[in-house]
Design a protein around this ligand. Structure first.
Ligand code: ZN
Length: 219
């Protein structure tokens, strides 16, 4: 059975993650309903001026075919919504989630749990980035860390901005973590990594798993 990694969100994080995974010989399923915008080109390394207005998944597939010939890339120009999430993710061996909004992050975590598939979450705001690799049964999951979807608007990269080099670093770490989880290396599971591009610090430490986690806790 071939190994397919789903990349949710083909933006500042999804582009470098997809590139690193494709170059590692992993087949990809790119999931994003957005089109390429000129204002995001500085942090979305697979796109250039000629891609503006195109579907991100299609433009990314074309770019990967040029950079990593032979890469197997499926595209799904869809938003991850609860009714379709399981169908969109069925059959993948791991999920790399670099979306820019919390509902998609929580939904990705929930569906990964239902399908029993490891998932690597990544996020960036301004000079800061975080990565959380999750392997069910080994360490914390997204809801152990963030619990519930907040009701009020929270800061994201669309509001606070994000620095392109930070997303490139975090996306590459997400790809590395996904490859490790695919190899069965659980030692990183539940490690919350924090990168501060301004202070040049990187810290990763196990986040405690919550026994009352609504997603992975209890029985
Ligand atoms: Zn949990």
């Amino acid at each position: 059975m071939s190994v397919i990694v789903a990349v949710i969100g083909v933006g500042g994080l999804g582009c470098p993650a997809a590139l690193a995974l494709a170059e590692s010989g992993v087949a990809l399923r790119l999931i994003d309903e957005d089109t390429v915008e000129r204002s995001n080109l500085h942090r979305q390394m697979l796109f250039d001026e000629s891609d503006v207005g195109r579907a991100k998944v299609t433009a990314a597939k074309d770019a990967l075919a040029r950079i990593a010939p032979g890469a197997i890339v499926e595209t799904r120009a869809e938003h991850l919504v609860p009714e379709r999430a399981e169908a969109l993710l069925r059959g993948v061996s791991a999920i790399v989630e670099g979306s820019d909004n919390l509902p998609t992050k929580f939904l990705s975590a929930d569906v990964a749990r239902r399908l029993g598939v490891p998932v690597v979450h990544g996020a960036c705001v301004a000079w800061h980035g975080t990565v959380l690799p999750v392997s069910w049964g080994d360490g914390a999951c997204y809801r152990c860390v963030f619990e519930e979807l907040p009701e009020e608007e929270t800061t994201n990269c669309a509001i606070a901005g994000v620095y392109g080099p930070v997303t490139s670093i975090i996306g590459a770490i997400m790809a590395a973590d996904a490859l490790r989880l695919l190899r069965g290396d659980r030692t990183i599971a539940g490690n919350l990594a924090r990168y501060d591009g301004w202070r040049q610090t990187f810290r990763a430490s196990p986040f405690p798993r919550r026994s009352d986690c609504p997603l992975c806790g209890g029985r």
